[in-house]
Design a protein around this ligand. Structure first.
Ligand code: ADP
Length: 541
């Protein structure tokens, strides 16, 4: 069984302590943070200990980070974030809007045009980016706690996945800083017979980049965006999701500690319709990079038309996960559960459409339903928790609404299907069968722990069904027949196809979408293209 198929359990194995960093310098006395959660109405109380720095960080008002300074929003406004496990206030954060975005864009412009960043050697730039990765690793526990508090995910998952992946991303991108190259090109200009030319290309940073990120992997999404932007010498204004503003602010402080000059990365928290929209439309921004819903992706693309800034988008998905009868059933069942339930289904690439070859359908779907029923929901800080709450009341409402529509349209719920308890935003891992392709639960992205299952008969049929979606982000294939796997992989219109695994991410592996799942790629060397302009230089000799 592969790593991906045992993801939840593997991550739990790392969840060894809830009283971190006691011996670390500056950590100070630990502070206690009480929380309640539970399944089936029971509300066990657990008490875990937050790192002192995290406790202090969330205990005081968080400001914006502009031009190397922590500042209030010009309006003086603030907003509250809520702990999704309890629905109670977690932190107070400055609420930036168009005015603050403008200040941040101007700071980024100065840093791009005149600052030490623009004069640094690629090697110096790379070393700062590497240090950012190392500092994230050193502060793993603090970042993991912030992610669990803000997003609700199990601490074990944040420790094993979000934070190490973010650190690795920066280290991977640090190496690229010294490897941004162009080509020399031999010319054959037909109207200049006998002339000789020296022609070459160089890759240059695009300039000031606006980056808007979602709440499902707050730190990791910041890393995916910032790493390639910095490796290629751009400057950035980052707008985190309003639901999860904390880790990006913590990262900003760490970036300064790593030696990143003032103004190179600015973090402006605020709401999408105000701060986000202002960033996407700002004429001083040369490129906008966005991860989020396809609906908002369209707004970003429209907003970018004013100055025709470059756009990259990583959007929604409704990814097919395809199990053939010759697959290892246990690996496929565990893999299908991981594909949809990892991060509570709040993954753009979640394997939310499960297709199983007809003669194995009952066995595989029953197996996934059994896992769904066994997953332990709870506060992310509780040691046994395998799935935390959804991120917000709004998200809980959306997921519940999809279940209502599935029921009304005649689908059968094999597991879950309801909110869990009445405190926090918990939703049961859910498996739905007896669906038709025209049902909303089959067509639309739910962004919750809900999988729809259907049988298929042949490879041709499943290739067509898999592609029958406006999205094209990811897909999974489970089979022991390697030829069948690769033959199907070439027919699927998606940016990532996993074979006998799912949810495998690596800083070196490009990620992004076909069709309405996006424009461009993140990670890998492909990401550098989204952050560079190519200049052709031609000299007559
Ligand atoms: P979700 O619906 O899951 O919250 P969104 O796509 O709405 O996902 O949000 C992703 C990010 O986009 C967040 O940072 C959010 O603030 C931002 N955002 C939302 N609406 C807009 C908008 N109109 N313009 C720019 N950014 C936006």
């Amino acid at each position: 069984m592969g790593v991906c198929s045992t993801w939840l359990r593997m991550c739990l194995a790392h969840n060894t302590k809830l009283v971190p960093n006691q011996g670390e310098a500056n950590a100070g006395p630990a502070s206690t943070y009480a929380r309640k959660s539970g399944r089936n109405g029971e509300q066990p109380v657990s008490t875990a200990t937050l790192d002192k720095r995290v406790h202090d960080f969330i205990g005081s008002r968080r400001q914006l980070f502009i031009d190397g300074q922590l500042v209030d929003a010009k309006s003086g406004k603030t907003f509250e974030t809520l702990n999704p496990a309890t629905g109670e206030p977690l932190a107070t954060v400055a609420e930036g809007d168009a005015v603050d975005i403008d200040l941040a864009v101007r700071a980024a412009r100065r840093a791009f045009e005149d600052g030490p960043w623009s004069r640094m050697t690629p090697s110096e730039r790379g070393r700062i980016i590497w240090r950012i990765g190392d500092l994230i690793s050193e502060r793993l526990e603090e970042f993991a706690e912030l992610e669990t508090l803000d997003n609700g995910k199990p601490l074990a998952i944040a420790r094993a996945a979000d934070v190490p992946l973010a650190a690795e991303l920066f280290r991977y991108m640090a190496g690229w800083a010294t490897k941004i190259e162009g080509n020399t090109i031999a010319l054959s200009v037909p109207y200049a017979p006998g002339a000789e030319f020296h022609a070459y290309t160089v890759r240059e940073p695009i300039g000031v980049v606006g980056q808007i990120i979602p709440w499902n992997f707050p730190l990791l999404m910041a890393a995916w965006k910032l790493g390639p932007a910095l490796a290629t010498g751009n400057t950035v204004v980052l707008k985190p999701a309003e639901q999860t503003p904390l880790s990006a602010l913590y990262l900003a402080e760490i970036m300064a500690e790593a030696g990143l000059p003032d103004g190179v990365v600015n973090v402006v928290n605020g709401f999408g319709e105000t701060a986000g929209a202002a960033l996407a439309a700002h004429d001083g921004v040369d490129k906008i990079a966005f991860t989020g819903s396809t609906e908002v992706g369209r707004l970003i693309a429209k907003a970018a038309t004013g100055n025709l800034k470059k756009v990259s988008l990583e959007l929604g998905g409704k990814s097919p996960n395809i199990v053939f009868s010759d697959a290892d059933p246990q690996a496929a069942i565990a893999g299908a559960a991981n594909a949809i339930f990892f991060n509570h289904g709040q993954c753009c690439v979640a394997g939310s459409r499960l297709y199983v070859e007809a003669d194995s359908f009952d066995e595989v779907v029953a197996g996934v339903a059994e896992i769904a029923k066994s997953i332990k929901l709870g506060d992310g800080f509780e040691g046994e928790t395998e799935m935390g709450p959804l991120v917000s009341d709004e998200q809980l409402g959306k997921v519940s609404g999809f279940l209502d529509s599935g029921r009304e349209e005649g689908a059968k719920i094999l597991a879950g299907g309801h909110r869990e308890g009445d405190r926090g935003y918990f939703f049961q891992p859910t498996v739905i069968a007896d669906t038709r392709p025209d049902m909303r639960v089959v067509k639309e992205e739910i962004f919750g722990p809900v999988v729809v299952a259907a049988p298929f008969q042949s490879l041709d049929e499943i290739a067509a069904t898999a592609n029958d979606s406006p999205y094209g982000l990811g897909a999974g294939i489970w089979t022991k027949d390697i030829s069948k796997a690769h033959a199907l992989a070439t027919r699927i219109r998606a940016g990532t196809v996993w074979i006998n695994c799912y949810n495998i991410f690596d800083a070196a592996l490009p990620f992004g979408g076909y069709k309405q799942s996006g424009w461009g790629r993140e990670m890998g060397h492909e990401a550098l293209e989204a952050y560079t302009e190519v200049k052709a230089i031609c000299a007559q000799l």
